[in-house]
Write a protein that binds this ligand. Sequence first.
Ligand code: S3P
Length: 425
Amino acid sequence: MNLTFDHPSLKGSIQVPGDKSISHRSIMFGAIASGTTTVEGFLLGEDCLSTIDCFRNLGVEIRLDHEKVTITSKGIAHWKEPSRVLDTGNSGTTTRLMLGLLAGTNFHSVMAGDDSIAKRPMKRIVEPLRRMGADIRGREDGRFTPLAINGTQLKAINYSLPVASAQVKSAILLAALQATGTTAIEEPVATRDHTEIMLRQFGAEINRNGSTIEIAGGQELAARHVKVPGDISSAAFMIGAALVTRGSEITLENVGINPTRTGILDVISEMGADFEILETETEGERVADLVIRSSELTGIEIGGELIPRLIDEIPVIALIATQCQGTTVIKDAEELRVKETDRITAVVDELTKMGADIRATEDGMVIKGPTQLNGAAMTTYGDHRLGMMAAVASLAAEGPVTIDEPDCIAVSYPGFMDHLNSLVR
Ligand code: S3P
């Protein structure tokens, strides 16, 4: 892909695609519940299509009509043993949450994904599930996919999460639904709570006491309608686009602003960005229209409890930081090393190619700005968020930018380039 922009401004309005985390969960919950679940605003990204494919292979009936999905299930007890390997593609959420679900079934299943999934740590899920009685085998004793699961009766555990991970928390919560007894999960740092919200929406009882979440096993879920808001992690790239260009003002409609996901808004606010949050939905998953204007920005320090609230936005935050006055320090973000790619190394290498003043640290990066970015030959490493970072960076670059393997962007944001081009003036 070749991109050449001549000092563009961005104007207009778009609706970013549905939230990836919530879309995955809508399929999973629809498959667990008995009855017909309908979903609107579903993300037709490749990751979520992998989730649909896996559940179809478990005998769940799923119909797709553009962004509307209908899931008809007789409940988790009626899933059937899959006759082939469940292919989770590039999706960590599919792989990890499904592990929690498959562990408590009464059949055998095998899961594997692409080359990136094969490198991602699975022991963080396998270990607590084994404590619940799960029978899971895998490469290097379950550290990596492929994973083979012999479904069995699970029992409740008390577990303190060693990593701040919503995927680990969610896998345990989903396993706990099928376990005997009440499971308690202690979460030292808050992570996205879409699973907890959806459990309540589907009629389950789940309690939070401080940093501990409790859920009793054996609860049945009732099918329902799910409205998926726009993904703030996708909106983040458009926010970045408006902030690294001059004279821009854009509106991003219907964006999910669940407080466990809005770290990016806290960051741009502290950097001095001019933006508005016009809230439209305050129950369950909160939703807003976001208005973002070009702004003079200042570098800041980002770390601690903020990190899980913006972990997927760090590539675009690093790019924004190249245009901030002063130094931005990102720390406590070592989890970036085990995402779709090592996002510390990849972000630093790619922005360096464009002339940014950025260096990697063990658990983050240090960026000095503002710097004029130059055209360069950019690599995505097959990572959707690296692809979008490069495309947004090209708006601020002097000279042509090329991006290899840009197709990976469709993992979370199909139509991304069309949306970006529609805003460019
Ligand atoms: C996700 C949780 C996060 C996030 C990922 C989606 C989820 O991962 O990075 O894109 O849907 O629960 P971790 O749980 O590994 O932090």
